[in-house]
Design a protein around this ligand. Sequence first.
Ligand code: PLP
Length: 285
Amino acid sequence: RTVYVNGEYLPETEAKVSIFDRGFLMADGVYEVTSVLDGKLIDFEGHALRLQRSLDELDMRNPISSEDLLEVHRELVRLNGIDEGMIYLQITRGAPGDRDFVFPDPETTDPTIVLFTQNKPGLADNPAAKQGIKVISIEDIRWGRRDIKTVQLLYPSMGKMMAKKAGADDAWMVEDGVVTEGTSNNAYIVKGNRIITRSLSQSILHGITRAAVLRFAREAQMEVEERDFTIAEAQEADEAFVTSASTFVMPVVEIDGVALGGGVPGRVAPRLREIYLDESRKAAI
Ligand code: PLP
C-alpha cells in the first residue's frame, strides 16, 4: 500500500513518524474517515469542513489546503486502485522534540499529516445491512468535547470489545439516562414515519453521514425529531439504526437483548440506506 506522510507518497513500510509526536504521546490529534464508492469520494467537502473545525477548536495549524487535500485523497485512491473502501486522514500537533504538556510553538513545529487507504470491496453491499446489528448499552464516560474528532479512541474501542464479549456488534453509550451515540456512529430510533436522533451539541460527534441522512429523510417526507431518547424508549421503537461514513445507514435489530421488529430490519432504515447510497454516489467527486 502507498501511504501519504508529510507531503510524500511512500510504501507503508517506509513511512515514519517521530516517537515524540504528540499524537503518539498525548492523543493530540484529529482525524477523518471518508468513504470511497466507484473510486470516488463520498462527502469530501463535509469531511474537510469538519476537519478544519476540529483543528480550530484545538488551536492546531492546518498543514494542507482543501484543494491539496482533495488531490492527495484522489492520488491515494488512484495509486492503490481503490474502488470501494475508506481513506483515513490524521493530523497531529507534531513533534516538538521533547515531551511537554504545554503546546509547542506552531511557528517552529510542523503538524504531522498522514493519510492511508483501506480497501473494502463490497462495502456498499455489506451483508450486515440486510441482517441488522445487535447493540448493548454502556455508560458514556468519554470527555466532554465529543464534537471534536480526536484520535482519543480508547473508550470507544473498549466499548466495542464489551459488545463483542456480550455477543453483540456494537455499543450505544448512555449519559444521564439518555443515549449519546454509538462507539463510532450516530444513533437513531424510528416510530412510525418519524426518525428520532439526539440533537447536536458538544456531547456527540456531528456526523457527516447524519447531516446527509437527515436531509434525505426530510426530502422523502419523513419526519425528523432531534431530541434525547432512552434505551427503554429505543427498545419499544419500531426500528433503530446507526449512521457513519464507513457503514452508511446500518439497521439495529436488537438492543440489550430486546429484539426490535421481530429481529429483522424494518422499512425505514433499509430505505434510507438505499437513498443515501444512491444520492451519495451521484454527488461523489
Ligand atoms: N460518532 C462517533 C463517536 C464517531 O466516531 C463517528 C464516526 O467515526 C460518527 C459518530 C459518525 O460520523 P460520520 O458520519 O461523520 O462518519
